[in-house]
Design a protein around this ligand. Structure first.
Ligand code: ADP
Ligand code: MG
Length: 238
């Protein structure tokens, strides 16, 4: 069983079955990418793991524990969304402190942890700024700091770089990878960009129309795609 494990997860919205039986595991400490075209159910799967959506049927496990019916707050999972992630009316400090304040951590501890985390993402000098005063890349680094300041074991990143321009994206990919390893967070990174998946992941799970088409290491996926869809999407097939 993976550190994160989905067992035959189905999710429907009305008559629209979006997840059609997902069984997949992510190894402890790995960065796994969920790769697939827009609309295939990637965000829905992350939201089911975070508890923001209820699964229709199936089970979700973290560290061997069935969390299918656990409330989002008690899942200890950090999440970064595509964009507009930050609270616009709160300063950088207040944004990063949010989760710690929810946990009622003592004020001096909140201050120490927020400062430490801003150092990790290289934004100490922005502590009193507001989101609108920051670039897109800086905002996503704050969102990352906010997601991991409470020390989650699992980190979910839903296309966090898709609104960032290509030049900056690469350095942010490297930075996210470094932080993920440093904090040893088992991470699922959602993307529709196969190049990003190749750079970012220990394991790739290729998603197609609510199902996992193929899972493997980047090299396996690139050199031995098992279906025409996988070959077409990963890009070694001409
Ligand atoms: P992806 O992240 O791969 O682009 P999503 O998981 O966002 O795909 O969406 C998959 C499908 O589920 C889409 O058809 C979308 O319209 C539908 N969907 C997602 N969330 C909801 C919702 N809250 N209510 C109804 N349909 C939804
Ligand atoms: Mg999505």
């Amino acid at each position: 069983m993976g550190y994160i494990q989905f067992e035959d997860v189905h999710k429907s919205f009305g008559n629209n079955e979006v997840l059609k039986g997902i069984t997949m595991g992510v190894e402890k400490g790995h960065m796994a990418t969920l790769l697939g075209p827009s609309g295939c159910g990637k965000s829905t799967l992350l939201r089911c793991l975070a508890g923001l959506e209820e699964v229709t049927t199936g089970k979700v496990y973290v560290d061997g524990k069935d969390i299918t019916d656990v409330t989002p707050r008690n899942r200890n999972i950090g999440m970064v969304f595509q964009q507009y992630s930050l609270f616009p009316n709160m300063s950088v400090y207040q944004n990063v402190a949010f989760g710690l304040n929810m946990q009622k951590s003592p004020k001096d501890e909140v201050e120490r942890k927020v400062k430490e985390m801003l150092k990790v993402v290289g934004l100490e000098e922005k502590i009193d700024q507001y989101p609108a005063q920051l670039s897109g890349g800086q905002q996503q680094r704050v969102a990352l700091a906010r997601a991991i300041v409470t020390g989650p074991k699992v980190l979910l990143l839903d296309e966090p770089l898709s609104a960032i321009d290509a030049k900056l994206r690469h350095s942010l990919q490297i930075e996210i990878r470094r932080i993920q390893k440093e904090f040893n967070m088992t991470t699922i990174f959602v993307t529709h960009d196969q190049d990003e998946a190749m750079v970012m992941s220990d394991e790739i799970h290729l998603f197609h129309d609510g199902r996992i088409e193929q899972s493997g290491t980047p090299t396996e996926m690139y050199t031995a795609p098992r279906t025409r869809f996988a070959a077409g999407f990963i890009g070694s097939y001409n």
